[in-house]
Design a protein around this ligand. Structure first.
Ligand code: SAM
Ligand code: SF4
Length: 331
C-alpha cells in the first residue's frame, strides 16, 4: 500500500499501515558547528553546489508531497540558516498550503536577526539544539564558542512569537550534570525540552557515551516528581508530566516500540528521499523534478513510502552501526 483516498482525503500509507504525513527536508548538509555526535570533522567533500536542488525545485516537490498527503514539513540540515533566502522558500510553501504545519530544526547560531522574517514567512515552530548552558562545554561539543549567539537567538525567537522546543543530547562526562539546568532553563521560558538518546553512527566522534532513558529518569527523579504520559500522537517523544503541569520528553530510538507510529520520511538537499533515518536506502526525486515530471516524482514518493522498513536497528543484537550521517538526513 502506498497511497489511498478515504472520504476524499489522500493519504500515504506504508506496508505496516502507518500513515506517512510528515516530511523532513534537509536544505543543506553544511554546518557552522562541528558537534561531536554529528559532524566532528568537516566531511572529506561536500555535495557539489550544482547537485543541490534549488528552492524552486524543492518547492516543486513540496507541492507533490502536499498533494499526496503530507501535512507537516520540517526544514532541517546541516544548518538550515546557512542557506540564503530560506524565508522565501518557507513563504512559497506557506502560500501554497497555509494549513501545513511548518517547522524548522536549527542550532540557532544565526537566528538573531532572522527570526522575525522566518515567522512572517509562515514558520510556526522551531526546535533548537541546546546541549549545555556552559560556554566552555558548548565549545567542546560544537568545536567553537557558540553559546552566546545560540541563547540570544532563542530569546529573539520567543520574542517574535515562534513556538520553541529544545533538544538536548545527554552524554556521560560531557553534559550529564546539566540535565536539570537545561530543563529549568526551558521551563522558565515555557519551552518543552526533549532529551534525545545519543544514536550511534559512523560519523560521530569515537567514545561518546550517551545516556539512555532509565539513567535520565533516575537523575530527574532525584529532583522532581512526575508521571509517565506515554506517547503523544505520532511524536517520537515519550512524555512525562511534572506536578506543576510542565512536560518533558525523551526520544528513545533504542526502544522496541520506537518505530511503531513512525510517520516520517526525509529528503536530502540533493533530492534523495529516505524512508528511515537508520538505513542507507534512498531513491532520488532529483531527475523527475528537474525535467518537470510531476507524476514521476509522485511515483518515487509512493515507492519510498511503500518500502519504509518496519524498524530501525538501534539496539539490535548485531554489531552493525548506522552509516547515515545526521547532518545529511537532518536528524
Ligand atoms: N543543525 C540543526 C541542529 O543541530 O538542530 C539541525 C540538524 S541536526 C542533524 C538535527 C538534530 O539531530 C539535532 O537536534 C541534533 O541534536 C540531533 N542529532 C545529531 N546527531 C545525533 C546523534 N548522533 N544522536 C542523537 N541526536 C543527534
Ligand atoms: Fe551541525 Fe546540527 Fe550536526 Fe551540530 S547537530 S553538527 S549543529 S547539523
Amino acid at each position: 500500500m502506498a497511497n489511498i483516498k478515504i472520504l476524499g482525503i489522500v493519504m500515504l500509507i506504508d506496508s505496516y499501515d502507518r500513515v506517512v504525513d510528515y516530511l523532513r527536508v534537509s536544505v543543506t548538509e553544511r554546518c557552522n558547528f562541528r558537534c561531536t555526535y554529528c559532524m566532528p570533522e568537516k566531511p572529506f567533500s561536500w555535495v557539489p553546489k550544482e547537485n543541490l536542488l534549488s528552492f524552486e525545485e524543492l518547492f516543486e516537490f513540496m507541492k507533490v508531497a502536499i498533494d499526496e498527503g503530507i501535512k507537516k514539513i520540517r526544514i532541517t540540515g546541516g544548518e538550515p540558516l546557512l542557506r540564503e533566502d530560506l524565508d522565501k522558500f518557507i513563504k512559497m510553501i506557506y502560500d501554497y498550503e497555509p494549513s501545513i504545519d511548518l517547522a524548522m530544526t536549527t542550532n540557532a547560531f544565526l537566528l538573531k536577526g532572522t527570526a522575525q522574517r522566518l515567522k512572517d514567512a509562515g514558520l510556526k515552530r522551531i526546535n533548537v539544539s541546546i546541549d549545555t548552558l556552559k560556554p566552555e562545554v558548548a565549545q567542546e561539543i560544537a568545536g567553537k564558542n557558540v553559546l552566546k549567539n545560540v541563547l540570544e537567538g532563542v530569546e529573539e525567537a520567543l520574542k517574535v512569537g515562534l513556538k520553541v522546543k529544545v533538544n538536548m543530547v545527554p552524554m556521560n562526562t560531557v553534559n550529564v550534570n546539566e540535565i536539570v539546568d537545561v530543563l529549568e532553563y526551558c521551563k522558565e521560558r515555557d519551552m518543552s525540552v526533549r532529551f534525545i538518546e545519543y544514536m550511534e553512527n559512523k560519523h560521530a566522534k569515537e567514545g561518546i557515551s550517551g545516556l539512555k532513558s532509565p539513567e535520565l529518569l533516575a537523575i530527574l527523579k532525584e529532583k522532581y516528581e512526575f508521571v509517565d504520559e506515554g506517547f503523544d500522537g505520532t511524536s517520537p517523544s515519550h512524555y512525562y508530566k511534572m506536578k506543576d503541569g510542565y512536560r518533558f520528553g525523551i526520544i528513545e530510538p533504542y526502544a522496541d516500540d520506537f518505530c511503531t507510529k513512525c510517520n516520517r520520511i526525509r529528503l536530502t538537499a540533493e533530492g534523495n528521499l529516505i524512508p528511515c533515518l537508520y538505513f542507507d536506502e534512498a531513491m532520488s526525486i532529483s531527475e523527475s523534478i528537474k525535467r518537470g515530471d510531476i507524476k514521476g516524482a509522485a511515483a518515487v514518493l509512493k515507492e519510498v513510502v511503500r518500502t519504509k522498513p518496519e524498524k530501525n536497528r538501534w539496539g539490535g543484537d548485531d554489531d552493525e552501526i548506522s552509516t547515515r550521517a545526521f547532518y545529511e538526513t537532518g536528524g
